[in-house]
Every structure is written in C-alpha cells, then in structure tokens.
Design a protein around this ligand. Structure first.
Ligand SMILES: [Fe+2]
Length: 470
C-alpha cells in the first residue's frame, strides 16, 4: 500500500523546515518535463538518493542522526526520465505505523518505549535505525544504509525486502559509507560499536556474500562515519568523537569530543595483517573523497573539520575544507596535509570508477553569497565546485538562491578518463517550491546544464546516493 497523503504535521526545527521538511506521498511519474537542454539518449540507469524523512512528528530530532529513510529514484532511458519515491519500511517505522505516532526518541535523546507496544518479535527495541543515510547496489543487492546497524535490502522498484544478511545466517551491522576494491570488486564496510572500543572491517565479495570481518581495537568507543580504501589498505581516521554510555546514563551527551585523545590513523593491510597506527593533533572527518597508493605513500582526499561542534567550541573556527593528506607508509607519519581550497564544503564525491585508484577531480557542494536565505541550516549548499587536486584549478556552478546537495558522478557509457560524464544533483527553488534534477557536464560544470528535469514533487535536502547503470 502506497502512502498517498501529505504529512499532517510541521515543526520549527530548521532541519525539519524549508527544504528539509519531509514529505508524505509516495508517487510514480513518467516522462518528466525537461525544462532546459536535453537528456543524453545514451544515459541508461537510475540515480537513487536517500535521506532522513520522518513520517511521524519526532519526539526529539537531531539532524542527521534521526528519521525514516526515503529513497528518491530518477530513471533514465531513451532520453526520457521517470521518478519514483518510497519510504524504507524498517522495523522501527512499521512499529510507528502500528502506533500511528512517533514511538522512539532521537539518538541523542532516547525515550523509553511503551512496553505495551512491544510485540512478540521484540520490537520496538530501544532505538530506531531508519536506514536513511545512503543507498547503493552491490552483488545484486540494493541496500538502504544506516550506521553501525543492519542495512535494508530493497528491490530495484524500491519495495523493502528486509534486513540484509550478506549471505550469512543473520543481519550484519554495517556503516553508511562503503568502498569497492577496484581489483577484486569486494565491498569493504565498517561498523563501530557504541559500548566497545572496537570497529569491525567487513569484506563483502563481489557476489554479495560476507567474506571476512576483522575486529580493530580502538582507544575508546569511537564514531567513525566513513573511511577510504587504497589498493592495499583500508585507512581509518579515528577522531576523538567518543561514545560514553556511563555519562549518558547520568544525563550527559552520549557522544563527546575528547580533544586530548587526538586523531589516530589506522593503516589496515587488506591482506588481514594487524593495523599500524599514526597519531596526530585532533580533528574530525565525516566524509572522504578518495584514497590511493602512490609509491610508498597513501594519498587521502577528505573534508577536514577542525572542530566538529560536538563539545565546547574550540578557538579554531575554520569551516570544513577539502584537504589532501599524504601518509608515508614506511616512515609511519603524515608527510603532508594541506587545504585544497578555502571554501566551506562537505559531501565530497569523485567519479566512483576511480575509487581506491589515483584520482584528481573532486566534486564538492559549497555555500556562496548569492544565497539570500538568512541563516541557512547546516548542510545547505547553493553551488557546486569541481576541484583539480593536482593543480588547484576550479570550476563552479552557482545556483543562486536555489539549494543543492551532494553531486553524484555518472560516467559516460564507453567514456574515457576521469571527467568524461555528468554530475547529477537536486536543486530546490524556495520561490516556486519546486525541485529540479540538474545534469551538468562534469568537465565543464560552469557551463549551462546539459538538462534540467522538473520533478513532480518537492525532493527534500537529503544525504547520499549513487548512480546505478542498467
Ligand atoms: Fe555520510
């Protein structure tokens, strides 16, 4: 049964307002209007994107840690585009649909669940995992991903199948960001634990079956949102964002910033050997663009948060910036680490065909002065930048007073080179309350869009997605 009704609630929370406001209807629309340019006829496949879209008014809400998953899919074929969106029907959302209201608190402010609501399956548990952070395809499985919890398998038509087991006897906990090895086709994923100083590194074969899991000991239970892969290593940047369950039981924040613990970088050999560690001054990384080996070095392109705002504000208010770090794997030290540009950014992406291989072009959202909205909430962007990490050259596409999110690279079928393809991104115009999907020439993003496709309903600011060729 599709949900057709709009949501019947509003909120003052800036991350539940404007284009962050969730939507209710699940719809299908064929032959979307192309209001500028044309859709390249060779484009065949689906761009899918996930994001937090709570169906019921939350009891408490912390962006981007709470919500229900909603996947928006635009499928291209023969120069035409069609749209479909669906909720991810997690166990937690089904509990709330039975109750007709929000049952869980937020991750940062959990509330006890009414025991009368607990069914024979043990649901609802204490926390809801909404599978709203990412969506990707691996080994024939379409996965809606949360963090440190089971992913949900979906059909390509966006029907929810259930918790994903990766070919094992039970669902496995996995993170939202996963990396594919270019030689083996294995997908690597991580999953931290809130009450144990351990992160698990999973290798899931190209067939979608869990091949091995390696438990990596940490100094403290740590929040690790993303990591990078190179040809021979998984590289984990473990910042001092620490879970403290005992403090939480006394009413203090579960997640704490312990700057004195510094940054610890793990080089984990993919052949299963023990990790080697490098220590550095504190900073935090939510998202990486790419990592690759270069001789004895590993190059890591990432967005650096000098202070992620998880504790008392530090003196350094440098906004998040794109950085390139060079790690000397023989000398076990950071050989270089410099900003690639001075604009604020997050959600970096590359041409995924270059994952764990040498790459130089990073596609980044940013915020410019042409956005006239006062006090835009975090994760609001109105421009895209393509950055050449080798030369520092930049091209920019400014959307003025429209809001954009993460750009995703679509390789041209049979294309050659890292920049042969398109960038796809949603853009929302607050003046008309309409959402468009923009296709930009990845090599010339400063040119007029290749195509502007009008969506049949507003597509909220979301999180992450992928291109899935047919
Ligand atoms: Fe993320």
């Amino acid at each position: 049964m599709l949900r057709t009704a709009p949501l019947d609630w509003t909120s003052d929370d800036p991350h539940l307002s404007g284009n962050f406001m969730p939507i209710g209807p699940e719809i299908d629309a064929n032959d979307l209007p192309v209001i500028a340019g044309r859709i390249p006829p060779e484009l065949r496949g689906s761009y899918m994107r996930n994001g937090p879209n709570p169906e019921f008014k939350p009891i408490s809400y912390a962006y981007p840690m709470d919500g229900d998953g909603m996947i928006h899919a635009v499928r291209f074929e023969n120069g035409r585009a069609r749209y479909r969106n669906r909720f991810v029907l997690t166990r937690g959302l089904m509990v709330e649909r039975r109750a007709g209201r929000a049952v869980y608190g937020g991750l940062m402010r959990p509330v006890p669940v009414d025991p009368a609501l607990v069914g024979p399956d043990g649901d609802p548990g204490p926390l809801k995992t909404g599978a709203f952070i990412n969506v990707l395809r691996h080994g024939g499985h379409l996965l809606a991903l949360h963090e440190a919890s089971p992913a949900y398998a979906m059909t390509m038509d966006l029907e929810t199948i259930g918790e994903w087991t990766a070919g094992t006897a039970a669902p496995i906990a996995i993170g939202a960001h996963n990396r594919r090895h270019p030689a083996s086709g294995s997908m690597f994923g991580i999953s931290y634990r809130v009450s144990e100083a351990v992160v698990d590194l999973h290798e899931i074969g190209a067939d979608g079956v869990l091949r091995r899991s390696q438990a990596i000991a940490l100094a403290a239970p740590s929040m690790i949102h993303d990591f990078v892969l190179s040809e021979r290593h998984a590289v984990l940047l473990v910042g001092p964002a620490i879970f403290d369950v005992a403090a939480a039981e006394q009413g203090k924040p579960l997640l704490q910033w312990r700057a004195e613990m510094g940054m610890r970088i793990a080089l984990v050999p993919l052949d299963g050997g023990p990790p080697r560690w490098i220590e550095a001054d504190p900073f935090f990384v939510f998202h990486f663009a790419n990592g690759f080996e270069r001789g004895r070095d590993i190059v890591v392109d990432y967005v650096r948060h000098q202070d992620p705002g998880m504790g008392p504000r530090s003196a350094d208010r440098t906004p998040p910036r794109a950085h390139r770090m060079v790690i000397d794997t023989i000398g076990l030290r950071i050989a270089a680490d410099h900003p690639l540009a001075d604009f604020p950014t997050e959600f970096p992406r590359i041409n995924d065909e270059f994952e764990a291989r040498p790459s130089r072009f990073i596609h980044l959202p940013t915020l410019t002065g042409t956005l006239t909205m006062p006090d835009p909430p975090s994760a609001s962007f109105n421009a895209l930048v393509t950055l050449d990490a080798e030369t520092g050259a930049m091209r920019r596409h400014d959307l003025g007073n429209r809001l954009a999110g993460e750009p995703v690279f679509i390789p041209r079928p049979g294309g050659r080179g890292e920049q042969d393809g398109w960038l796809v991104v949603y853009a929302f115009d607050p003046a008309t309350q309409t959402s468009d999907l923009l296709l930009l020439d990845a090599a010339r993003i400063d040119a007029a869009p290749v195509a502007v496709i009008r969506l049949p309903q507003r597509v909220p600011q979301g999180l992450h997605g992928h291109w899935m060729p047919d």
